[in-house]
Design a protein around this ligand. Structure first.
Ligand code: FE2
Length: 448
């Protein structure tokens, strides 16, 4: 696996095209594995009103690929203009999609294969220069990331699906040393560069690079664990409005939240359902499937708060030794299996304390991979933001309704994950692979 980085500016057109072709195929193997794992009835079924049927996601990735690579970049005629509307995510909400006259499993597979053949042909013939959409193969990178993001969404559908396990993967490597649950690192006040103007496949919302001054803060060295969360629950965290915001408490009451999604109490132990398997909740793993509201309530209970987006990004990529912001916590090199739990290599987060090789200069670990981390920040444009290639990518989502998540999960592919990558969702959402870590502002005495 090799993702594209700023160094690929040096690549010849042919080498860049080979890399892109390989990324497209690697991504398609994942989509195929996620959809071949179940039968046709399962593919067309809606496993949760929060999600599309898997067969919708499958044809939708083909539809976007047709729109951008075949029609726009390639200037080729439309293959299936009649289905554009069915697979336009803005036309139909997820809960309505099963009622649409969607392509069936076989038709969907044929359609995406035909589109892929054309897209590879376009890639072969197009010049990757002279137009912003194709510069550094951006449109191809956008389509790779889009398909990978839908693969993560399909993985979340698998988690919601009832029935016997159909996905299998080895467990993450064991952790040598379990860190203390209260370990935190101090990030000294100062300005750092947030966002990027040089990452070739960075999306519009990650741009441009800009200086941000961040005051001193502490951030947890690793995500909040299940063991931490047991204590929150046991001390009445879900019963005490004082830990919750007004909006969070209203939602907690309405949705009757009493534990993370997929958890169930069995006597003295907590059990969870994970891709069709029932197992005791492992205390040493980052807590998963909690909403922003639950994360915020926990943070209040712990005497802390959620990090802001600039705090999270500074802890994740600022190197005080050079004054530079890096692509990843460990530097500019690609994530490998020793650095981060990404790419659905495992079907769970690794225990905290894992991935020493992925540690940031701040001392924080597991910022990339394992679990998406809720931040305190609304999804907002950076100064100098420019919608590209279309407002529906990010711009229409800016505002106070969505909160930003950072860092990617075990289900996020490296192609769609870097220290500048921004994800966003509604604060009530729990089916995503989200956890969090806490931050706090130091007292004056702590800084002396
Ligand atoms: Fe999409």
């Amino acid at each position: 696996m090799s993702t594209i980085g700023p160094e690929s500016v040096e690549l010849s057109q042919d080498d860049l095209k080979s890399l892109v072709a390989a990324e497209l195929e690697r991504t398609r193997r994942r989509s195929a594995a996620l959809t071949d794992a179940v039968d046709d009835d399962d593919l067309v079924e809606q496993h949760s009103p929060l999600m599309s049927p898997l067969v919708w996601d499958l044809a939708h990735v083909g539809s976007q690929e047709e729109l951008w690579l075949v029609r726009d970049v390639g200037g080729r005629p439309a293959l299936r203009p009649d289905i554009d509307d069915l697979y336009d995510a803005f036309q139909h909400s997820r809960c309505d999609r099963p009622e649409l006259p969607l392509l069936g499993p076989r038709e969907s597979r044929e359609y995406i294969a035909t589109v892929r053949d054309k897209a590879q042909d376009v890639l072969h013939h197009v010049s990757l220069e002279g137009r912003r959409l194709v510069d550094q193969a951006f449109a191809f990178g956008m389509i790779v990331q889009h398909e990978q993001q839908h693969d993560e969404t399909m993985l979340a559908t698998h988690q919601l699906r009832r029935g016997d396990p159909v996905l299998h993967a080895p467990d993450p490597p064991p952790t040598a040393r379990a860190p203390s649950s209260h370990e935190e690192v101090l990030v000294p006040a100062g300005t750092f560069t947030m966002g990027t103007s040089t990452e070739p496949w960075a999306l519009d919302n990650e741009r441009p690079a800009h200086p941000v001054h961040v005051a001193d803060f502490f951030i947890d060295a690793h995500p909040v664990t299940n063991a931490d969360f047991f204590r929150f629950i046991d001390s009445g965290g879900y019963r005490e409005p004082r830990w919750w915001t007004e909006e969070g408490w209203r939602h907690r009451e309405h949705a009757r939240l009493s534990a993370p999604l997929f958890w169930r109490r069995d006597g003295d132990t907590w059990l969870r359902r994970r891709f069709g398997r029932i197992e005791p909740v492992p205390p040493e793993e980052p807590v998963l499937h909690v909403s922003f509201h639950e994360a915020q309530a926990y943070a209040n209970w712990a005497g802390k708060r959620l990090p802001t987006e600039p705090e999270w990004e500074k802890a994740a990529r600022f190197d005080p030794a050079t004054g530079r912001s890096m692509r990843y916590p460990w530097g500019d090199d690609e994530p490998g299996p020793e650095r981060a739990n990404l790419g659905q290599r495992h079907l769970r987060p690794a225990a905290v304390g894992a991935y020493a090789a992925g540690q940031a200069p701040s001392g924080a670990r597991q910022l990339i991979g394992d679990v998406w981390e809720w931040t305190a920040s609304d999804f907002a444009p950076y100064p100098g933001f420019e919608a590209f290639p279309y407002p529906e990518y990010s711009q229409v989502f800016f505002g106070t309704a969505q909160k930003v998540l950072r860092g990617g999960s075990f289900g996020t592919d490296p192609a769609a994950c870097r220290a500048t990558f921004r994800n966003w969702d509604f604060p009530i959402r729990r089916q995503i692979f989200a956890g969090f870590r806490c931050a706090r502002t130091p007292s004056r005495e702590e800084l002396d």
